[in-house]
Design a protein around this ligand. Sequence first.
Ligand code: ADP
Length: 538
Amino acid sequence: MRGLMMDSQLLTTELLKHAARNYRHIEIVTRTVEGPIHRYTIGEAKRRIEKLADALVNMGVQPGDRVGVIGWNTYRQFEMYYAVGGIGAVLHTVNPRLGPENAGYVINHAEDKFLFFDNTFAPLVAALKPHVPCVKRFVAMTSREHAPAFPGELDIYDEIVERGRENFDWPEFDENTAVAMCYTSGTTGEPKGVVYSHRSVVIQSFAACLPTAMGLGEGDVLLPVVPMFHVNAWNAPYSAMLVGAKQVFPGPRLDGEGLYEMFEAEKVTFSSGVPTVWLNLLHYLEKTGKKLNYLKRGMCGGSALPEALIRGYAKYGVELQQGWGMTEMSPIGTVNVLPPNLRELPAEERIKHQVKQGRALPFVDMRIVSPEGKVLPHDGEQDGHLQVRGPCIIKDYYKREGKTLTTDGWFDTGDVALIDEDGFLQITDRSKDVIKTGGEWVSSIDIENAALLHPAVAQAGVIGVTHPKWQERPLLVVVKKEGAETSSEEVREFLKDKLDKIAWPDAVEFIQEMPLGATGKVLKTELRKMFGSYQLPE
Ligand code: ADP
């Protein structure tokens, strides 16, 4: 017997309509690429989005067409999210930090017909132009007076919006229709396309707003530092509209000072970003002695949240919560919100739980599998390959059908992890980064986190280096804080009471700048190249 409920489809347009009906006065604020602050309400945004949708249809954007966008977090890209998806086309957010070669690769692979870009990226797009023949029209996301220099024909975003008619009649279609696509950052080979559906985005929005996840609501002011070109800014532009949170878009200013100004001026209560972003802001606060007067909570994900950051922000009254996820998971898999019994623990006890990756969002099923393929218990002891499944998790990469899942239908995350009896996930490492030493696995993340507690350490990356007896041993690579001094011996001594003996790094090397990938993560591939023939001390 089937249920007798309406089969209305879960479309992102419904989030927009819901927000405009219930939160029309809530603001969306942007530090624009052109410079000034732009401010409007959800009600006004909806009007512009409808005009844009109408104009896109008139420009010839068809259902299923891929529309590429290379831009910062701004109200214009926000409008694109809803307008492009709402007409049944697919917004392909391109990460400019991929570099010209990979950016060209993903645009061709996705076969983008239209390419929208912020002025900052005009030189990049001009250089790409001869190599992306699939793109028929280029659009600068600005007004006529700020039009950038560009070879050949160029459309101007604000003029396109002006051409559209209000009260666009949104089409209805199957909720499994693609709404957006995003390529993995290619840290593990060539970028692979992940295609989100309206259904997966709507489900992720509900899950992400829960009190056990980001806990967003009306009254919150959300500033996503995580870029809209990386997994839909962790779904922020959709989640915020579900609950009526004010949105603040930082545009191109992502440095400590730039973010601080926006946090204070717009009374931001919640923000989200990778550890590097949080680290930069913390250094800014420490350097200037400034306080955060409104920020209450932040989500930190993309790589492990170091204990030093949790402690650092606690001093400013900000609770950093760890999130774990992947481009392939829409992206949030787990968030660490402590239940009341753990929240009440003394700070030193509590922190042991805060460094874990947290518990799964609803509809995220996780299992741990041994290298031999045996499903392991969630006992908080045994770690193995982490596999996931659920409605917001990838089934196939774009144009690589049938190769993505295990034979029994799970997605292997490439992470090594354990799960305890209360459902808390703890990532040991990426399977390719884990250090295999004398038959045991050592977590590079644990060593990095411990090193970051040292007052002179700004950034840390750990790789395994070949060892004649132990197969591999950890090498710790450090960038020192500005003006700080320390030595290899001192850092190694510092780590001794923080790590098991097996994890004590055999050597510490200092470099000027940490190689970071397109999403701000330490690039272990680069570290391995830099220290390829490294000789460990006897
Ligand atoms: P890529 O960097 O390959 O494009 P993503 O940006 O989607 O991929 O990153 C996903 C990976 O990032 C995860 O598989 C995991 O290894 C790592 N990651 C994300 N969040 C965390 C976290 N909180 N702790 C540890 N690792 C994390």
